[in-house]
Design a protein around this ligand. Structure first.
Ligand code: PGA
Length: 263
């Protein structure tokens, strides 16, 4: 099933970057670029995921952008509500601060911070209950790909959350396929390999929910202006989760532009 009529999303994952002054400059440059050459939200939804302490200031700075730019949290606590959980930020607290979007299951969280399937499912459950929209990240390691397990691993990661998502909550989820071997390495999955995996993900989602046919499935892993046009041309690649290239306003703009043009 082709997802080409789906509005693409291009989200910049700033990870643990940059310093405050650079963040402000980056936002100003992005706003200027969007003002010079508009990208309507119908053609491409644009988002930025800054470090948690910058969420509110970034949101404030983006408030007068010429087009809506979503402010996205990079993670959320697996614990809901409020309470004695030092260092944690719950989905309810994000929502209370008008942060409506969150990344969950990024491979860096899974690998470095031990976010296993159970933790990820708890985060998804709480985020949905709080009314957040989730960008749910999945992806296989190089070893898993070389062993021919990529598809099984990725589909299992989708299944890991299926039990905690109610039938009417799937439209609050966007999936990001990020092969771990392509993240920050300069290696991108070929458009063909990425499209194949995206088609499998859509097939898997469609078996779980009728919403699967309409869900945006983003690609992530060394997306840059040079490969964005080709990726955007693939029917089941409905946007990008962009790390390194999102730290440059012009590169990030060009990626969003590529998706806005092709869809
Ligand atoms: P990258 O990161 O674009 O730097 O490869 C993507 C991501 O981890 O979301």
């Amino acid at each position: 099933m082709s997802g080409s009529a789906i509005t693409p999303w291009v989200v910049g994952n700033w990870k643990m970057n940059p310093m405050q002054a650079d963040a402000q400059k980056l936002i100003q440059e992005l706003k200027q670029r969007l003002a010079d050459q508009h990208i309507s939200k119908e053609r491409c939804r644009i988002g930025i995921a800054p470090i948690s302490i910058a969420l509110l200031s970034v949101q404030q700075q983006l408030a007068d952008a010429s087009v809506e730019v979503m402010t996205v949290a990079q993670d959320v606590s697996r614990i809901a509500g409020t309470g004695a959980y030092t260092g944690e930020v719950s989905a309810n607290l994000l929502k209370d601060s008008q942060i409506d979007y969150v990344l969950i299951g990024h491979s860096e969280r899974r690998e470095i911070f031990a976010d296993n399937a159970q933790v990820v499912a708890e985060k998804v459950k709480n985020a949905l209950a709080a009314g957040l929209h989730i960008i749910y990240c999945v992806g296989e390691s190089l070893e898993q790909r070389e062993k021919g397990q990529a598809e099984v691993v990725v589909l299992q990661q989708i299944c890991d959350i299926a039990a905690v998502v109610n039938a009417d909550q799937w439209h609050n989820i966007t999936v990001a396929y990020e092969p771990i071997w392509a993240i920050g390495t300069g290696k991108t999955a070929s458009p063909e390999d990425a499209q194949n995996m995206h088609a499998k993900i859509r097939e898997g989602l469609s078996q779980i929910t009728p919403a699967g046919a309409r869900m945006a499935i983003l690609y992530g892993g060394s997306v840059k202006p040079e490969n964005a046009v080709e990726l955007a041309a693939c029917p089941d690649i409905n946007g990008a989760l962009v790390g390194g290239a999102s730290l440059n306003a012009e590169s990030f703009y060009q990626i969003a532009h590529a998706f806005a043009q092709t869809k």
